[in-house]
Design a binder for this molecule. Structure first.
Ligand SMILES: C[S@@+](CC[C@H](N)C(=O)[O-])C[C@H]1O[C@@H](n2cnc3c(N)ncnc32)[C@H](O)[C@@H]1O
Length: 300
């Protein structure tokens, strides 16, 4: 159990904070837009006062590339969901949704049913900050599941999940917080839930190299890579939840293929830097690249 001062929603707040910082950039400079992030972030007013540039500068002082890494992850999934929406996705399941507001901020067709899944404490806190008039509110079902101790299937079906509808699942920034057994059984459940239809699965994972060879998880010349790798793990445990599970690319590929998924993409900030940040004049130099987490898309 977390002994964090944020009581379970620390990691969800951490990601929402970076989305808020990105949203403070001018429209022609930003890579994603999340006008709702501020309502979940402790100290949001101070960040707004500081603005995008100063907030980025400060984040970079602690962990260069951390902000851009999280924003590239967000954008990568935004693109996936928007592409899916345009090509017939009927259900979208956000696993470990935290303060993800895609259901409201992306212009999804009302025909897509969204399921947000998270631990009860985080979901209750999130819902207390939502108002009914938010776009697309009627299409969202909230499902409480602790992946470490509960099965997803029963709760999803009870919330109206349809086994015959084409579905996108996302598990963003979660696999490092749950046991390998929990990830295994969750992927098995996703495969079984959609055995009659097609599904797309986004999964992010932290590279085993963070434990074995931390320098390899950062761009060449990254300052104090080993010390920073330790600091990142320490801060996550202190302000959120500890990282307990790390994976090799091979492990992930095997996990997916054993459950009928074919891996289509495996990216990190190193790959997405020029795609997302160069067009807005913000290309990160090699020595600020943070690539310890990978973004995977798989399909059945
Ligand atoms: C880093 S946050 C990511 C939130 C969201 N996916 C995003 O990217 O904004 C991790 C999320 O995983 C959820 N989580 C962690 N352990 C979990 C568990 N055992 N069962 C269900 N959700 C869990 C947390 O509550 C939190 O919302």
């Amino acid at each position: 159990m977390s002994n964090s001062i944020f009581l379970k929603d620390g990691t969800a707040q951490g990601v929402a904070k970076q989305r808020l910082i990105e949203t403070l950039a001018s429209p022609e400079k930003r890579v994603i837009d999340d006008p709702y992030a501020e309502r979940f972030v402790l100290g949001a007013s101070l960040l707004k006062l500081m603005g995008h540039k100063a907030s980025i500068w400060l984040t970079r002082k602690f962990v260069p590339g951390f902000h851009e890494h999280l924003i590239s992850r967000t954008r990568f999934i935004d693109d996936l969901i928007e592409k899916g929406a345009a090509t017939g996705t009927e259900q979208y399941v956000i696993l470990g949704a935290g303060y993800d507001m895609r259901a409201h901020r992306l212009n999804l067709p009302s025909s897509i049913k969204v399921f947000e899944v998270d631990q009860v404490e985080v979901q209750t806190k999130k819902r207390s900050k939502l108002s009914l008039e938010l776009p697309n509110s009627k299409n969202i079902a909230y499902v409480c599941v602790d992946f470490n101790h509960q099965s997803l299937t029963e709760q999803l079906l009870a919330a109206g999940f349809d086994r015959n509808k084409s579905t996108v699942f996302t598990l963003e920034g979660v696999s490092q917080y749950i046991t390998k057994e929990a990830l295994n059984s969750t992927v098995q459940e996703l495969a079984k839930l959609t055995e009659n239809t097609t599904s797309t699965f986004f999964l992010s994972y932290v590279n085993q190299l963070l434990e074995d060879d931390p320098k390899a998880c950062f761009g060449r010349g990254y300052p104090n890579a080993v010390r920073r790798a330790e600091m990142i793990k320490r801060l996550s445990a202190k302000f959120g939840e500890p990282w307990i599970s790390f994976y090799t690319a091979e492990e992930i590929k095997t996990l997916l293929s054993e459950n009928g998924f074919t891996l289509k993409e495996n990216k990190s900030l190193a790959d997405l830097n020029t795609e997302y940040f160069s067009p807005v004049g913000r290309t990160l130099p090699e020595e600020q690249i943070f690539k310890l987490e990978h973004f995977v898309i798989a399909k059945t």
